[in-house]
Design a binder for this molecule. Structure first.
Ligand code: RIB
Length: 305
């Protein structure tokens, strides 16, 4: 049986400034630190899954520039198959300008660059059909996302991030939808601040044809909703350093655990733990633990749901 996770999505260079506070409009302040780090929701999710031992193939596009070269090298170093990472001439690689403040909260501006050129034709249909799971986000063109959902014969996990309005009819058949509360609100037009509201909103999506909706709640953990049940997993208390890529850590870990074990509940528990650990460290991919570290965490005193 296939173990391959095919991630089709964005590959960015993250230009990260760490600052005590973010400037107001028209204000200039001196920040603390700066780093150029590998990022992009698709690449982050691929790296998280691979670091945990998953078999992962990345499909995406980079520009013909140093960011593209280092992104590809980073994927390969993390154990992600990058044979389907193509180059686009005449545009830059995707770039994200990120401000991280003292509370660990981020503000992100993404220039899609080559990511905006990913199409269904870029995807090897043999690879797609042989996958155990296809993982998508929304930093590539929405028409490409819809086309891949329509074409896929294997389970699809869609992370509807960043938040944009979507056509619910074109999401029908998605096996796993993993929004955060803001994304869930935009998708459903319903309030999502309270847990009860999240469940009601997620049920609306299930009625529209999504198999399982897993809403990430930040420090509140995550809640799974299907046609027949609701399961909430609390997050451990952590000191947040940088929340960048925490949602991607969740999805990479969830995908890897699901494919390896077939156990949705185990995947949910592990993904909450994994994402919580990632916010205690700076950056996205650099904050992702490997399987040994996650194993120690899961068997530690705070283990469990
Ligand atoms: O989810 C975090 C990611 O969003 C960053 O790595 C940045 O590249 C943006 O795509």
């Amino acid at each position: 049986m296939s173990r391959t996770i095919v991630v089709i999505g964005s590959i960015n260079a993250d230009l990260v400034t760490f600052t005590d506070r973010v400037p107001a409009g028209g204000e200039t302040i001196i920040a603390r630190d700066f780093a150029i780090l590998p990022g992009g929701k698709g690449a982050n999710q691929a790296v998280a899954a691979a670091r945990l031992g998953g078999v992962v193939e990345m499909v995406g596009r980079v520009g013909i520039d140093p960011f593209g070269q280092s992104s590809r090298a980073g994927l390969v170093a993390a154990g992600v198959g990058a044979g389907q990472v193509l180059e686009t001439s005449g545009v830059s690689s995707g770039v994200a300008t990120i401000l991280v403040d003292d509370s660990g909260e981020n503000r992100i501006l993404v220039v899609p660059g080559a990511n905006a050129h990913v199409t269904l034709d870029d995807v090897d249909t043999g690879l797609l059909d042989a996958a155990a799971l296809v993982v998508l986000q929304l930093e590539i063109p929405i028409e490409t996302v819809y086309a891949i959902i329509a074409r896929s014969r294997v389970p699809v996990l869609l992370n509807p991030a960043p938040a944009v309005a979507l056509d619910a009819a074109k999401l029908r058949g998605v096996a796993f939808l993993v929004p955060n509360q803001g994304e869930l609100a935009l998708l459903t037009g319903l309030p999502t601040r309270r847990m009860d509201d999240v469940v009601v909103a997620a049920r609306k999506l299930v009625r529209q044809g999504i198999g399982t909706v897993i809403t990430t709640l930040g420090a509140g953990g995550a809640v799974l909703v299907t046609a027949t049940r609701v399961a909430h997993v609390e997050a451990p208390m952590v000191v947040a350093v940088d929340s960048t890529g925490a949602g991607d850590a969740f999805i990479g870990c969830f995908a890897q655990t699901l494919v390896e074990t077939g156990d949705v509940d185990a995947a949910l528990v592990r993904a909450v733990r994994y994402a919580s650990l990632s916010v205690t460290r700076a950056g996205a991919q650099g904050s992702y633990a490997d399987a040994a570290e996650l194993g120690r965490l899961m068997s530690g005193p705070d283990a469990g749901g």
